[in-house]
Design a protein around this ligand. Structure first.
Ligand code: ZN
Ligand code: ZN
Length: 253
């Protein structure tokens, strides 16, 4: 048996491995320093953990936005409250410049290796601020998104929380497709008119069996106006779930 010749390509590959090991194989998307594992360096991921630890402080108890001089409830929730069906919103990260970069890398640049880090941080926030026995309900992706981009951030996050951290994930919501709405007959169309989110088959089944959980945790990535979260919470509350908390990776002030 002849040995395969050691080519220049093998040498290059070997040299790359050594160089990667010595100097890192990429740049941290937050600070630009070299990193060995993926897109974020150790000191930046530590910073992320520390910030997540305190991101709930001085936040509105209803919407999770920063309080300026108010106590407990922010001005906009006092004046025109959008979130009527959620019990509380827990923000995971402060919405600052470097955190925004991370969100952009994750969502737009398809940096899936950030998912595990986000899931780990979510897990520690859920354990501390909510409950480790909570049922997780993901905000469903736009129809066709998985087909076109190959993955959905919230779905992946929930999947890691389920597989790695043992949470129970219930896909209780569905997002209606525009074309789908066109196909519905008039009566149905009127009843679902303007609704982006609807009950999933699972929600219908659990509710008919009377086996819906008392309390769930809705998970989303960014809360801006709160309209998305409110419409999801409304469906869950109408179905008979008595407590709906929300975990949002970011809350835009
Ligand atoms: Zn860094
Ligand atoms: Zn508020």
């Amino acid at each position: 048996m002849a040995f395969r010749k050691f080519t220049i390509y093998d040498f290059k590959r070997f040299a790359m491995l050594v160089l990667n090991f010595m100097f890192g194989n990429g740049k941290c998307c937050v600070c630009g320093n070299s990193t060995f594992n993926g897109k974020i360096c150790i000191s930046c991921s530590k910073k992320l953990y520390d910030e997540a630890e305190n991101s709930h402080c001085e936040k509105c108890r209803i919407c999770g936005k920063s309080l300026i001089s108010e106590e407990e409830i922010c001005m906009s929730c006092r004046e025109e409250r959008i979130l009527k069906n959620s019990d509380k919103v827990v923000p995971v990260f402060p919405y600052r410049l470097w955190a925004k970069t991370l969100l952009f890398e994750w969502k737009m640049q398809n940096q899936r290796n950030l998912s595990l880090l986000f899931a780990e941080i979510c897990n520690s926030v859920i354990k501390k601020r909510i409950s480790e026995n909570i049922f997780i309900v993901p905000v469903p992706p736009r129809p066709g998104k998985i087909r076109s981009r190959g993955w959905d951030q919230i779905e992946e996050l929930s999947e890691i929380l389920k597989v790695k951290f043992g949470y129970k994930v219930l896909k209780l919501l569905e997002r209606t497709e525009k074309n789908q709405q066109k196909k519905l007959d008039r009566k149905k169309r009127l009843s679902s008119k303007g609704k982006i989110y609807t009950e999933s088959k699972l929600l219908k089944r659990l509710s008919s069996e009377n086996s819906l959980p008392e309390q769930v945790l809705l998970i989303d990535d960014v809360l801006t106006t709160g309209v998305t979260v409110e419409s999801c919470c409304e469906i869950l509350k109408n179905a008979g779930i008595s407590k709906v908390d929300v975990l949002s990776l970011f809350v835009v002030d």
